[in-house]
Design a protein around this ligand. Structure first.
Ligand SMILES: *Cc1c(COP(=O)(O)O)cnc(C)c1O
Length: 345
C-alpha cells in the first residue's frame, strides 16, 4: 500500500507530515480553520476544556443521555457535569432546558450530536452568547452533519471528535481531533497535546501525551476522501428503513427541521425493547443498545447525588432504544429482512 510505504520510509512516526496533511484535510472537511489531531475522542474533549481554562468548581452543561466519555471529560477537567434532558423526538439536548440549567457557576455547554444528528446549534450558540458561555461540541458521532447548512465541528469555540474504528470516520485504532476557528486556541492545543512543550525540552504547561500518530493520520487521510459518499449511503439505508418500518409499531428516528443526520446509528424505540431484541436475535439479526444505563445512574457517578427518576427522558430512552444494523455495503434485501421482522414482532 502506497500510504504505508510513504509512512514507513518517512522514519518520522509521531508529529510528522502525515499528521499535518490530515489536519489540513480534516479542518477543510469540517468547515473549520484548524484541526488538531489527538490520541482519542475523550482526550479531544478533555484537552478542549483544559485549553479553555475550565476546571474546579465550574459547571458544564451536557445531555443526560450521552455516551459516558462526554461526562468523563468534564470530570477529568475537575469540573461538574450538569445534565440537561434531551428532546424526546430528536434525542438531542433541548435548548429550552439548557436555559433553565444556567447559573453563576456555568462556564460551558457541551452539545452532543447524538446518533449522527446535528443539534440545534444556532439556538445553542445564541444561548451561549447571551450568557457568556463557551460551546464545545461533542462531534464524535456526526462528522459531516449540518445545522442550517453549517457543519458540525465548526460552531463551538472548540469541538472534539473521535476516529474510534466504529465511528463514521474510523481509524485502525484509537484517534481523535479538535476543530476550531481560533488560532490561539489551536496553538495552545498543539502544545498541550505534546507535554505542554512548544520548543523541545521547554515546558509552558503541565501538558499531556495525546498525539494522533502518523500511521493513523495517513490512513485517515485516505478514508476521509470517501466520507461524504459513505454518509450518503448511510442516509440511503436510513431512508429505506423509514419507508419500510411500520411507524405505528415502533418509533422511528425524527430529524429536526433545520438539521441533518449522518446516521452514525439507526435507533428505533419500542416499549418492549428487550423482547424485540430477543426476537430479532432469533431471526439472526444482531442489534445493539446505545445506551442501556444513562450516566447519572452509573456507579461511577454515585457521588453526584442524582437518583433514579431525576432524568425521566434519559431513563425512558435507555429502556426503549434499539440500534438496528446499519453499515456500508448493507443491501436492500438485508434492510427489508430486518424491517419485515421488526414489523412482524
Ligand atoms: C466515541 C465517543 C466519544 C469518545 O471517543 P473515543 O475516541 O472513544 O475516546 C465521545 N463522545 C461520544 C458521543 C462518542 O460517541
Amino acid at each position: 500500500m502506497i500510504e504505508f510505504k510513504k509512512f514507513f520510509d518517512s522514519k518520522r512516526y509521531i508529529l510528522g507530515e502525515g499528521l499535518m496533511e490530515f489536519e489540513k484535510k480534516y479542518a477543510a472537511f469540517s468547515g473549520a480553520k484548524y484541526a488538531i489531531g489527538v490520541g482519542n475522542g475523550l482526550d479531544a474533549l478533555h484537552l478542549s476544556l483544559v485549553a479553555l481554562g475550565i476546571g474546579k468548581g465550574d459547571e458544564v452543561i451536557l445531555p443526560s443521555n450521552t455516551f459516558i466519555a462526554t461526562v468523563l471529560a468534564v470530570s477529568y477537567a475537575g469540573a461538574i457535569p450538569v445534565f440537561v434532558e434531551p428532546d424526546i423526538h430528536t434525542y438531542n439536548i433541548d435548548p429550552q432546558r439548557i436555559v433553565e440549567a444556567i447559573n453563576s457557576k456555568t462556564k460551558a455547554i457541551m452539545p452532543v450530536h447524538l446518533y449522527g444528528q446535528a443539534c440545534q446549534m444556532d439556538e445553542i450558540c445564541r444561548i451561549a452568547n447571551e450568557n457568556g458561555l463557551v460551546v464545545i461540541e461533542d462531534n464524535a458521532q456526526a462528522q459531516g452533519a449540518n445545522c442550517n447548512g453549517k457543519l458540525t465541528g465548526s460552531f463551538g469555540h472548540l469541538n472534539g471528535t473521535s476516529f474510534y474504528p466504529g465511528k463514521n470516520l474510523g481509524a485502525f485504532g484509537d484517534a481523535g481531533a479538535i476543530t476550531t476557528n481560533d488560532s490561539s486556541l489551536a496553538e495552545k492545543l498543539r502544545v498541550l497535546r505534546n507535554y505542554g512543550s512548544e520548543r523541545k525540552y521547554y515546558n509552558e504547561y503541565i501538558g499531556y501525551n495525546s498525539r494522533l500518530d502518523e500511521l493513523q493520520a495517513s490512513l485517515l487521510s485516505v478514508k476521509l476522501g470517501r466520507l461524504i459518499e459513505w454518509n450518503k449511503e448511510r442516509n440511503r439505508i436510513a431512508e429505506l428503513y423509514g419507508n419500510l418500518l411500520d411507524g405505528s409499531k415502533v418509533v422511528i428516528p425524527r430529524i429536526a427541521e433545520s438539521c441533518t443526520s449522518v446516521y452514525h446509528l439507526y435507533v428505533i424505540r419500542h416499549k418492549k425493547r428487550d423482547k424485540l431484541q430477543e426476537y430479532l436475535k432469533s431471526k439472526g439479526i444482531d442489534t445493539l443498545i446505545h445506551y442501556p444505563i444513562p450516566p447519572h445512574l452509573q456507579q461511577a457517578y454515585r457521588s453526584l447525588g442524582v437518583k433514579k427518576g431525576d432524568f425521566p427522558i434519559a431513563e425512558r430512552l435507555a429502556d426503549e432504544v434499539l440500534s438496528l444494523p446499519l453499515f456500508i455495503g448493507m443491501t436492500e434485501e438485508q434492510v427489508s429482512y430486518v424491517c419485515h421482522h421488526v414489523n412482524q414482532f
